[in-house]
Design a protein around this ligand. Structure first.
Ligand code: NAD
Length: 273
């Protein structure tokens, strides 16, 4: 059910399902979508400085009437603000935009070369000052995590990466599992591009669910946190209605076999910063 949570390595609990709000720009539509999600029981929202909608997220939370402490809000420091001082400043700006006095999870959005270690020190400081309940990273490869491990004091609680049946990230998942770092999938639905895949359509028919639900259920059974994005009420609802069926081991393997090691998004090692 929607109450299911994952315990991060610092003891904080994070919901397995959240609403992603990337590319939600149109203010009234976004506000309505986020409020509708919260009313349907979503407890977690994933935004970023880059998305330019932290203010809408904050407004939706306040207008929802659900106490702030019952929700889990994630935001991220954007690439051009990386570095120690500029990250501290960026965090302050995000808090102001959100109109909140703390954030549940703050992430380094991408591993900007030469900068992410300084950025991480800023996150450690904000965490020590209790401005953030948990700190993590996004788009980190194993070598970035190894670098962080030997050059920092606090281990990230989570790594948010592109992950879906076309790009299953098994080596990275195994590394994170060994380190106690949770894995969160962005583009869990392959940004909508996996919804007509024949194997997935076949499973959908078998279980009388939609292809989106089959993919999202695959993530959950792998212990992965998901943040599917939609502004449509019926899809927002569909994307959490995942607890009345189960994929068999054989079906999980059929989905695993769709992996082509194919990213739809940028490669963190060759991202044009
Ligand atoms: P996604 O895989 O969630 O796909 C979203 C698209 O799928 C929607 O635009 C919609 O068209 C479609 N969709 C959603 N639910 C559907 C349903 N039930 N039936 C049919 N179609 C449906 O892709 P995303 O939005 O890129 O990723 C999710 C979230 O991850 C983002 O909103 C954002 O919060 C986060 N994200 C993070 C990074 C990062 O670098 N850290 C990058 C991209 C996205």
């Amino acid at each position: 059910n929607l109450q299911d949570k994952l315990k991060l390595h610092n003891g904080i609990e994070m919901p397995y399902i959240g609403l992603g709000v990337f590319q939600m720009k149109e203010k009234e539509e976004s506000l309505a979508a986020i409020k509708s999600a919260i009313h349907q029981g979503y407890k977690s929202i994933d935004t970023a400085q880059l998305y330019e909608n932290e203010d809408i997220v904050g407004r939706a939370v306040r207008e929802s009437g659900v106490p702030r402490k019952d929700l889990f809000i994630t935001t991220k420091v954007w690439n051009e603000n990386q570095g120690y001082d500029s990250t501290l400043k960026a965090f302050e700006t995000s808090l102001k935009e959100l109109n909140m006095d703390y954030v549940d999870l703050y992430l380094i959005h991408w591993p900007v070369k030469e900068k992410y270690l300084d950025t991480w020190r800023a996150l450690e400081r904000l965490y020590d000052e209790k401005m953030i309940r948990a700190i993590g990273v996004s788009n980190f490869q194993i070598h970035h995590l190894e670098d962080l491990a030997v050059n920092s004091n606090i281990k990230p609680v989570i790594n948010q990466v592109e992950l879906h049946p076309r790009f299953t990230q098994e080596p990275l998942r195994e590394y994170c599992l060994g380190e106690g770092i949770a894995v969160e999938a962005w583009a869990p639905l392959g940004q909508g591009r996996l919804l007509e895949e024949p194997t997935i359509e076949h499973l959908a028919e078998k279980h009388q669910k939609t292809t989106a639900q089959i993919i999202l259920r695959w993530h959950l059974q792998n212990g992965i946190i998901i943040i599917p994005k939609s502004v449509r009420e019926e899809r927002i609802k569909e994307n959490v209605n995942l607890f009345d069926f189960e994929l068999t081991l054989k079906e999980m393997n059929e989905l695993n076999a769709l992996n082509l090691n194919e990213r739809f998004g940028p490669d963190p090692d060759n991202f044009d910063f």
